[in-house]
Ligand binder design. Structure first.
Ligand code: FES
Length: 104
């Protein structure tokens, strides 16, 4: 499945996403160094913050309380903010489009 990633500079790139990895891992493994993902995916750093395309947002499973709390610590939270390490990438998410959020 395809994953579209928009960088902080506004450049859109398409990635061949791997099912079984999270969206964060798919982004990181494809060379987007600006997605720091410092905690490695354990929902404690918020440096994997992305803005999900509004059209795709409802396809995602609801976020947990930890994720919600962590997103609240960001100055760049929007209605479609998610932590990409908390989104398992699946076939159903083919075409998902996310923008890497500005650095906090
Ligand atoms: Fe740290 Fe997602 S990688 S919260």
């Amino acid at each position: 499945p395809k994953l579209f990633v928009v960088t902080r500079e506004g450049e859109e790139k398409v990635v061949d996403g791997q099912v079984g990895l999270t969206v964060m891992e798919n982004i990181r493994d494809n060379g987007f160094d600006e997605l720091l993902a410092l905690c490695g995916g354990c929902c404690s750093c918020a440096t994997c913050h992305v803005h999900v395309d509004a059209a795709d947002f409802d396809k995602l499973k609801p976020m947990g309380d930890d994720e919600n709390d962590l997103l609240d610590s960001s100055d760049h939270r929007v209605a479609t903010s998610r932590l990409s390490c908390q989104i398992p990438f699946t076939e159903e998410l083919d075409g998902l489009r996310v923008t890497i959020a500005p650095e906090d």
